[in-house]
Design a protein. Sequence first.
Length: 174
Amino acid sequence: MRLFKGFIFALTGLFIMITLVSLLIPSTVVVTKGVEVHADRKMVFNELTDLRNWKHWHPVFHADSSGLHYSTDPMLINSYCSWNSSGRSNKLVITAITDDALTIVLQRQGEHEVINTITILPLAGSNNMQVEWRAVTHLKWYPWEKFYGIFIEKVTGQGYESALNGLKAYAESH
């Protein structure tokens, strides 16, 4: 019994220590990727704001193109695209469009919403532009979520980079 109490005491202490350390980890995770594109700005912006065009350059939309469902009014705020992958429903909703940026929210069943902002910035002294993809995820205070937040860039960053490189290749070839 004494050994059991010692084990429970040590386990409780470890849990409290892990929880306290996790409170020092930020609850907002930002992943930013960018690419330089030499193409017509209007064409690139059209590719971004019309979700039906994402099949031209976004890897997820290539793979799941047969199961994509679009809202009736493309290129408007609250227009969306939905699909299923890995047994989960996904929805991409446009929440804001400005002259140089597009904000979309990725909603995936059983996961946190990810707020994505794609910005087109002109580069000084050239006809090129910087297309930047910024993804913001808000985590709860749970220790396992905070520690997962440390690895979000490793898990999702490659997908954003692949999408931007696909956009660059498509825009520069058309």
